[in-house]
Design a protein around this ligand. Structure first.
Ligand code: ADP
Ligand code: MG
Length: 219
């Protein structure tokens, strides 16, 4: 479950971004739509506890995440939130297997090599387990990033424009993977996008408008 209320954040002490009150029940999927600069990435970072808003409440899985300290938030995120960035951020010096084991370690979970094999198989890249990130194609690297986000079976999946750089075939494939994984774990999922191709696939929409970004000019 995700709920935001009275949410407002300020950049550089002058740019306010306010968000509409919004709630998503456990297991529901929603598409966050809005033009570039409307605050999609900002809201996903707030939901992931990576950015503290200036004002408001954020409930994730019944936890008021703004009450969590840095270390507690890191652990909570590792266990409960799967975050997929626009570009895969993998650790270049580590194998795919170690990149994934690391995600378990940071969540305070025991290392589970069987789960690594399982998730790579589910994402159709089982043979990449011992490769280094630079040996992968862009599409494969993105699958590994998805595997890393989902390895701990998070109850909340947050994906920031995961399909905008992909051709139609890969767009559908990545969406199907996310949808299957989310349904398997009964996860709540938010995908931010300006990708029109996803609009018909997810019918619950949170629409951000550029007017929510208010710039106060200081004299
Ligand atoms: P979107 O993901 O929808 O393109 P963002 O959340 O990235 O939008 O940005 C929303 C607004 O906040 C934009 O006007 C952007 O310039 C501004 N912004 C984003 N990150 C920062 C930052 N770190 N410092 C100052 N302004 C920022
Ligand atoms: Mg963005």
């Amino acid at each position: 479950m995700i709920e935001i209320k009275d949410l407002l954040t300020t950049y550089d002490g002058k740019k306010n971004i306010s968000f509409p009150d919004w709630k998503l029940e456990q297991g529901q999927h929603s598409l966050m739509l809005g033009p570039s600069g409307s605050g999609k990435t900002t809201l996903l970072h707030i939901l992931a506890g990576m950015l503290k808003p200036t004002r408001g409440n954020v409930l994730i899985a019944n936890e008021n995440i703004l009450d969590l300290s840095g270390a507690a938030m890191d652990k909570f995120r590792g266990k409960n939130i799967g975050l997929i960035f626009q570009k895969p951020h993998l650790i270049e010096s580590l194998s795919i297997k170690d990149n994934l084991l690391m995600a378990q370690y940071f969540a305070g979970l025991p290392k589970d090599a069987d789960r690594v094999k399982e998730i790579l198989a589910e994402l159709n890249i089982p043979d990449k387990i011992n490769d280094k990130p630079h040996q992968l194609s862009q599409g494969e690297a993105q699958r590994v990033a998805i595997a890393r986000a989902l390895i701990n079976k998070p109850k909340v999946i947050l994906a920031d424009e995961p399909t905008s750089a992909l051709d139609d075939e890969n767009c559908k494939a990545v969406y199907t993977l996310l949808d299957n994984q989310a349904n398997k774990n009964k996860a709540t999922m938010v995908i931010s996008t300006h990708d029109q191709r996803l609009k018909d696939l997810i019918t619950n929409h949170l629409i951000l408008k550029k007017e929510t970004v208010l710039v106060k000019i200081k004299k």
